[in-house]
Design a protein around this ligand. Structure first.
Ligand code: APR
Length: 394
């Protein structure tokens, strides 16, 4: 079998690559290990940033972010119970961010691609990569019926996430992996509880907490906790008590908790993002702390960069974009890593002084004070929240 591009993974990165390629008239085969049902129900990120909304519009795919209300641009920082509001819009003309949960975006991208006649293969097991440094690589896999297949192609888009095969296919001799462990744990909770009026970040002496919308009757909460906590030590009533305290909201009602897990806040950047005909996109290339909501948006940015590069190579025999992909992608990745790191440290150090000491606590408080009082600080924050800061313009 052959295809111009084989895409590994059908999450936000892989499906965006496949949809955009289709828009260029370039054929692809998407190989996804899990079932369609599993992938389209996985609840993760919750916001499609301004830049990504406009990117989809530029490709004629504005509809994929419907199903999520517009983000009105207002974020609430609640500092020791006092609410301060920050407008995270940068004032540029055009559509704004959407509160479109990841599973809704993935469902829409999946439906759009299938409606377009896209070749999406689920339950594709044991994917193997061959000949990546030649000019005709191939990708093997075992189909659900047990038969083994091999697809020759011109390019491979490694969109298989944090524990995929693509990142592992880049030889250690040519790759560097930068990692950072914040030493912070989060209990992340999904509940059938009314979403907040605005995404809420709360700073308190008892530790950080957050409340984000995940649908009309669905909420995502985060609670700072010891990094190696077992979710079992967080029964429902302890969760709601901690949220009432840290969100300074004694009337918080809550609702049935449908998911709870503890994870460590960590960051990772893989360099380079290209190895021969293999290009890494999304979580296969980088991992960020969820602060700032950049994980999915970086996947959407990388997908756009890669498809425009593949289009130039296939249509105009111009490899400039392919040769620049890793550098251009990494420039935005490091900018978002810095933003996410800055926000993560700020909202944690401003609260619980036991972890980092009173001096860093005061520095973090000063950063928050500047953010809510200085128009310049707010604009810089808004550029990063929208994804429209100049560092990503190329
Ligand atoms: N073969 C085929 N598919 C694979 C393999 C493999 N060896 N390994 C992983 N996959 C699939 C996974 O099942 C998953 O559906 O690749 C997909 C990767 O999707 P994501 O993990 O969602 O990563 P990405 O598309 O880059 O989107 C990043 O997803 O996990 C969130 O927080 C993350 O919001 C961010 C977004």
């Amino acid at each position: 079998e052959s295809a111009t591009v084989v895409v590994i993974g059908a999450g936000p990165a892989g499906l965006t690559v496949a949809n955009l390629l289709r828009r260029c008239g370039i054929d692809s085969v998407v190989l996804e290990r899990r079932s369609r049902d599993h992938v389209t129900r996985r609840r993760r990120a919750g916001i499609v940033e301004t830049r990504a909304v406009r990117m989809f519009e530029s490709w004629g795919l504005a509809d994929v972010v419907r199903g999520g209300p517009p983000h009105d641009g207002v974020l609430e920082f609640r500092i020791d119970g006092e609410s301060r509001y920050v407008d995270d819009r940068d004032g540029s003309a055009g559509s704004g961010a959407r509160l479109c949960p990841q599973q809704v975006l993935v469902q829409n991208l999946t439906a759009a691609h299938l409606a377009d006649g896209g070749d999406l293969r689920y339950e594709a097991a044991d994917v193997t990569l061959h000949g990546l440094t030649g000019d005709r690589p191939s990708v093997g896999y075992r189909a659900a019926d047990g038969t083994r297949h091999l697809i020759s192609c011109a390019y491979v888009a490694g969109c298989d996430g944090d524990r995929g095969v693509s990142r592992a296919a880049v030889p250690a001799s040519v790759s560097t992996v930068h990692t950072f462990d914040h030493g912070i744990g989060w209990l992340t909770v999904l509940a059938d509880a009314p979403p907040p009026a605005h995404p809420l970040l709360a700073v308190s002496p008892q530790g950080f907490a957050a409340h984000f919308p995940r649908g009309p009757r669905s909420s995502r909460y985060y609670l700072q906790c010891p990094p190696d906590d077992d979710p079992a030590v967080w029964p429902d009533d302890r969760i709601w008590d901690a949220l009432r305290t840290r969100l300074a909201d004694p009337a918080l009602t809550g609702g049935p908790i449908t998911d709870r897990e503890v994870f460590r806040l960590r960051s990772l950047v893989h360099e380079p993002l290209r190895h021969g005909r293999l290009f890494l996109v999304g979580d296969a290339a980088h991992i960020l702390s969820p602060m700032g909501g950049k994980g999915m948006n970086l996947a959407l940015h990388g997908a756009d960069l890669l498809v425009r590069a593949v289009r130039d190579a296939v249509r105009d025999q111009d490899d400039t974009g392919l040769n620049a992909y890793s550098r251009r992608c990494l420039r935005r990745v490091w900018s978002d890593q810095e933003f996410s790191h800055w926000l993560t440290r700020t909202v944690h150090e401003a609260g619980d002084a036991t972890a980092s000491g009173p001096f860093l606590r005061q520095l973090a408080r000063a950063r928050l004070d500047r953010l809510v009082t200085s128009p310049g600080a707010r604009h810089a924050f808004a550029e990063l929240m929208t994804g429209l800061d100049p560092a990503r313009a190329e």
